[in-house]
Design a protein around this ligand. Structure first.
Ligand SMILES: Nc1ncnc2c1ncn2[C@@H]1O[C@H](COP(=O)(O)OP(=O)(O)O)[C@@H](O)[C@H]1O
Ligand SMILES: [Mg+2]
Length: 247
């Protein structure tokens, strides 16, 4: 399908009058479908995210939010629909291309951080850079900048299980930012935190995204978390519905 034939209703707020704009969008997803056996997790989900835009995705448990993020990250392959992330058509991309996109250009944060328990906080933050072949000295320098920024330098040599939930989550955010990715996605990043720690994580995420001009997608149940983001969208039953501040 060429850019000109994107369905009209796919991205009402951001529908490009100039088809070439589709190439510059951070995310352009149209009519995504995804099933796990007989469970239809995504039923025609469409989403556009501009460079530098921040988006909250809300919706009840089971509405397909995590499945959508899996697709955007190239971890799950939709059975139908079109999906371009940072100019890369994920339908035609090889597994190697998708892996590179994830590692270099998409920073991901999960509800429980998912830091590697056998590595220290600093080593966790250095890891994406090392996987990309960055020299150890430079990876360490970048990691230390981020640890300072997120106020966790004091626990740099601790393992994740020995720091607080808020510190671990800030380390997960630092890790996601290590490669200065143009797209940052977070799935319930404050779900396991108290309000104060959640606020710190959201300020860190939105501040870093705004500074580097990155797009930010945050999945959340919490309206206080969504309030940090520009656009609010709601999913229900595998696709987007009109919500407060949404389409
Ligand atoms: N790995 C899986 N295997 C089978 N069903 C799944 C799997 N992951 C999610 N689902 C189902 O897909 C639907 C959407 O789930 P999910 O994307 O996790 O929604 P949300 O993140 O909004 O809670 C739900 O019905 C869920 O039970
Ligand atoms: Mg989920």
């Amino acid at each position: 399908m060429s850019a000109q034939t994107w369905p009209q209703d796919a991205c009402l707020q951001t529908a490009p009058s100039d088809p070439s704009k589709a190439r510059t969008m951070a995310v352009k997803a149209t009519g995504l479908h995804l099933s796990y056996g007989s469970t239809h997790a995504l039923r025609g989900a469409s989403l556009c995210v501009d460079p530098g835009e921040s988006v909250a995705i809300m919706g009840a448990s089971g509405s397909g939010k995590t499945s959508l993020m899996g697709c955007l990250a190239g971890l799950l392959q939709p059975s139908a629909g079109r999906l371009t992330v940072l100019g890369q058509d994920l339908h035609t991309a090889s597994e190697a291309t998708r892996r590179k996109l994830r590692l270099r250009n998409v920073g991901m944060v999960f509800q429980y951080g998912e830091l590697l328990p056998e590595l220290t906080i600093r080593e966790n933050v250095m890891l994406p850079l090392q996987l990309l072949g960055t020299r150890n000295k430079n990876a360490r320098q970048r990691a230390d900048e981020l640890l300072e920024r997120f106020d966790i330098a004091a626990v740099a040599t601790q393992r994740p299980q020995h720091v607080s939930g808020g510190q671990a989550q800030r380390a997960a955010v630092a890790r996601a930012l290590a490669t200065k990715p143009p797209l940052i996605m977070a799935d319930e990043p404050t779900g396991a935190l108290d309000t104060a720690a959640g606020e710190t994580v959201m300020l860190g995420l939105t501040g870093a995204a705004a500074e580097s001009g990155a797009s930010l997608i945050v999945i959340t149940h919490d309206h206080r978390v969504a309030a940090y983001l520009d656009k609010h969208l709601t999913m229900s039953d595998g696709s987007f519905i009109t919500g407060a501040g949404g389409w």
